[in-house]
Each structure stands twice: as structure tokens, then as C-alpha cells.
Design a protein around this ligand. Structure first.
Ligand SMILES: [Zn+2]
Length: 150
């Protein structure tokens, strides 16, 4: 019997015991690792918190940039100026739903979906449904709509 055969036979005869030992060893190591992790968390929670905050800052930054880029495209597609008075300072420009159901739509559509919708609409659909208004004209429109007799 060569060495390999001997080990094979030894294994076959002591299978249960060997497997149990392996399992025990594994569980022991696992317990050690978990304990180490728990200790690390306990003593370094501030580090972990900082790391997480940093991570979320990055995600937020990325989203803000995406939103900004998409908004620039939307403003450009809608003409980059107020469709009533022509005011063109982008800081005041708001997307207005021509048919006045913008409130409902905003509730239903996430900004990403709304922006993508506006970017993908054909020109005539777009003109029918969306326009840019400056903040002043938007408020004026709201008052006008509110004072209309029903
Ligand atoms: Zn205006």
C-alpha cells in the first residue's frame, strides 16, 4: 500500500471524526472572525461612521451632478428662457406644465423620469405640454389660474 492509498483508507475509516474536526475548526475560526469584527466595530464605530458618511456624500454629489447635467439639457431643449417674458437667468427658470397638472405629475414622477420624458418627447408634444417660466411668471400664472371662475 502506498502513502496515498494509506491516507485514503485512513480517511474512509475515520471519515466522521475527520469531518467533525473540520467543522469544529471552521466554526471556531468563524467565531473568532466574528468576534474580531464585533470588536473592531465596537472600538472603531467613529471611523466606520465617517467612512459611511463620506460614501453617502460621494453618492449625493454624484446624484446632484447628474441632476444638474440633466436639468441643463432640459432647459436647453425648452429654449433656455421664460416663455412669457423672456427672462433668461437659469436660476429662476422652472419647468411648467402648460395644462396645469404639473402638481399631479410632480407627485408621480421622479425628477429623473420627468427630465428624461421631456428630453424624449417629440417637438410638438413637448410644446403642447411643457414650457419654461421664470419664478415671477410662474407665480403670476398660479394666481391667474386660481382666480378663474370655475
Ligand atoms: Zn417670466
Amino acid at each position: 500500500m502506498n502513502q496515498a492509498e494509506y491516507f485514503k483508507q485512513y480517511y474512509e475509516e475515520n471519515k466522521n471524526e475527520i469531518n467533525q474536526k473540520c467543522r469544529d475548526y471552521y466554526n471556531e475560526q468563524k467565531a473568532k472572525v466574528l468576534k474580531k469584527q464585533a470588536e473592531y466595530r465596537l472600538f472603531n464605530w467613529h471611523k466606520i461612521k465617517e467612512k459611511n458618511l463620506h460614501y453617502y456624500d460621494k453618492v449625493r454629489e454624484k446624484w446632484a451632478k447628474e441632476r444638474w447635467d440633466l436639468r441643463q439639457k432640459v432647459l436647453e431643449r425648452l429654449g433656455n428662457k421664460c416663455s412669457r417674458c423672456g427672462f433668461d437667468d437659469w436660476r429662476t427658470l422652472q419647468i411648467d406644465h402648460v395644462k396645469n397638472d404639473g402638481y399631479i405629475e410632480r407627485k408621480q414622477l421622479h425628477w429623473r423620469k420627468l427630465y428624461n420624458l421631456i428630453l424624449s418627447l417629440p417637438e410638438d408634444e413637448l410644446k403642447k405640454n411643457y414650457q419654461l417660466l421664470c419664478a415671477n411668471c410662474n407665480w403670476i400664472k398660479k394666481y391667474e389660474e386660481a382666480s378663474k371662475p370655475f
